[in-house]
Write a protein that binds this ligand. Structure first.
Ligand code: URA
Ligand code: SF4
Length: 250
């Protein structure tokens, strides 16, 4: 079936927001690769103090928090050639104590302009996907990308670029300690899992990132082009919600 333009626009927020129809219990879970740890990782009591990103010289003033340190370092980063065409590096947005972490690929034109991830068309769909499971940007949700600088012409970042940028994402995860990580699309999933994957095979399973459950799903930009896979994205949303409930012991 060819995607209908009208349908796409509706899903982008110009029509009714998605509603969860499938009961969570009906979710097909093909296989559990790595079960989540029995106990949750303790959250830091207060803002952690500086622990620099490995291999990167500190540029923050004395007394800066770890987040300040990271933000200053990323804003000035020139470790890969993506720094050349960017307007600004885009670190991430949201609740720094979030239970949910969503990771995309890299900033697009609008994100580069505004300094916030997922603010373009794919971002509208992501917001609707979040709303479908009762979530809202910034409220128990943090959104980041595999690379912090916009790849020219919105090309996929190379494995070298994602590898160079990875310590920043690792640091974000260390600081946030989310209860669940959602990788949006292949580059995000491969960066986080450090292995080649295919979305069709990797979705519907619980993966593991350093003791944190990780779920792989389609990138919203891909879903805008490929409506037939939206039903699968629905299943993934249900799976995420179910996994989080289990993590929280609800
Ligand atoms: N696509 C992404 O992967 N990230 C963004 O921030 C925007 C679009
Ligand atoms: Fe640095 Fe990452 Fe930007 Fe490359 S993409 S310049 S590693 S912040």
């Amino acid at each position: 079936m060819k995607p209908e333009r009208e349908q796409i626009l509706r899903e982008m927020g110009l029509g009714p927001v998605w509603k969860l129809r499938v009961p969570t219990a009906a979710m097909p879970v093909e296989e559990v690769v790595a079960p989540p740890p029995a106990t949750a990782m303790p959250l830091p009591e207060a803002a952690p103090t500086i622990a620099p990103v490995p291999g990167v010289a500190s540029m923050a003033p004395p007394g800066a928090t770890a987040w300040d340190e990271l933000a200053v370092t990323v804003a000035a980063c020139r470790k890969c050639s993506l720094c050349e065409a960017r307007k600004q590096a885009v670190l991430g947005v949201g609740d720094r104590n979030a239970d949910w972490l969503f990771v995309g690929e890299g900033p697009g034109a609008e994100e580069d302009q505004r300094g916030e991830p997922f603010v373009g068309q794919a971002g509208k769909l992501l917001d609707n996907m979040l709303a479908a499971i009762g979530l809202k940007r910034g409220d128990d949700v943090y959104i980041a990308n595999a690379v912090k600088c916009r790849p020219p012409e919105n090309r996929t970042p190379t494995p070298e670029e994602t590898a160079t940028c990875r310590p920043y994402l690792e640091r974000q995860i260390e600081l946030i300690r989310p209860k669940l990580i959602v990788a949006l699309g292949r580059p995000a999933a491969q960066t986080l899992l450090q292995t080649e994957i295919k979305i069709a095979a990797a979705r519907g399973k619980l993966h593991d990132y350093d003791g944190i459950p990780l779920i792989v799903t389609y990138h919203p930009a891909y879903l805008l082009r490929t409506l037939p896979d939206k039903a699968r994205a629905w299943e993934d949303l249900c799976f995420m919600r179910q996994t989080m409930r289990q993590r929280k012991g609800a």
